[in-house]
Design a protein around this ligand. Structure first.
Ligand SMILES: *[C@@H]1O[C@H](CO)[C@@H](O)[C@H](O)[C@H]1NC(C)=O
Ligand SMILES: *[C@@H]1O[C@H](CO)[C@@H](O)[C@H](O)[C@H]1NC(C)=O
Length: 249
């Protein structure tokens, strides 16, 4: 029997090796989204301060076919693109590149915020000042907003801070009129998500707009800044006033 078993085992071993190599090659060719952080002070003078052209040319050095998804100019300088691992490694070695990090897709999670932050009962100390006027603007990166929620009521709020430069982006189920003096801006960024999916999102399930089809972003943003809504409950449970931490933000 062992005479028979041996060749079979060998053949299996060989097969699994070949498929491991094939897997590896597929992995090598697979493109992922990377966030490329660039050092703008290192930009060659020949680009005449056109950093978008510099990003494009840096990308061209490592890939003919890579798509740039987004460019970043405020918090960091850089861009995101779909790259193979080899291209990402090559790009990381270019002068002017600070880092090349693979995009992470986070799972939505929630917590009991005031307790978590250790500020429950200390509201006045954390957010002093008039209840009517606030220049605090809170930015949340999440699954979107449901603007009809009463937590986004803007009655009794002052004008939008003059320094505000954001915008209310229109899209499916989302008009610019969805924004007000509470929800002063809303945008959506779907290119990295759709590139990861490998196909356009299914718009019968989720909106290509700031509309929150999941509920998470509405929950977190109103936990941060929601207007007080009395008589709230979850099917009769936990009844009371639902409000955010910085109700005037
Ligand atoms: C957007 O505006 C159109 C036209 O005014 C209106 O029919 C539609 O109901 C609005 N949608 C939302 C989500 O507010
Ligand atoms: C989108 O989702 C709906 C509802 O689940 C489904 O019926 C439809 O086939 C999906 N469309 C595509 C293109 O996947």
């Amino acid at each position: 029997m062992s005479v028979f078993i041996l060749p079979v085992a060998l053949a299996l071993l060989l097969l699994s090796n070949i498929s491991a190599i094939a897997e590896d090659e597929k992995e090598q060719q697979m493109k992922k989204t990377y966030i490329i952080h660039m050092d703008k002070s290192n930009m060659p003078a020949s680009f005449e301060d056109d950093h978008f052209r510099w990003y494009g040319s840096s990308l061209k050095l490592v890939s003919d076919s890579a798509d740039m998804l987004y460019t970043y100019t405020n918090v960091i300088h850089g861009f995101s693109a779909r790259l193979t691992l080899a291209e990402a490694v090559l790009l990381e070695k270019q002068p002017g590149t600070v880092s090349v990090l693979p995009e992470l897709r986070y799972e939505l999670q929630t917590t009991r915020t005031p307790e978590f932050l250790g500020i429950s009962g200390k509201h006045a100390a954390v957010f002093p000042g008039s209840v009517k006027v606030s220049d605090v603007v809170i930015g949340v990166v999440d699954s979107g907003v449901w603007p009809e929620s009463k937590s986004y009521d803007d009655k009794s709020l002052g004008p939008v801070p003059r320094s505000w430069k954001g915008k209310c982006e229109e899209g499916k189920n989302f008009n610019s009129s969805s924004c007000n003096r509470k929800l002063i801006g809303a945008r959506f960024f779907s290119r990295g998500y759709e590139a990861g999916l490998g196909h356009p999102m299914n718009e019968t399930k989720e909106s290509r707009s700031p509309r929150d089809d999941d509920g998470h972003g509405t929950h977190t943003s109103t936990t941060a800044a929601g207007f007080p809504v009395p008589g709230a409950s979850l099917f009769g449970y936990a009844s009371g006033t639902a409000k955010g931490m910085a109700t005037q933000a």
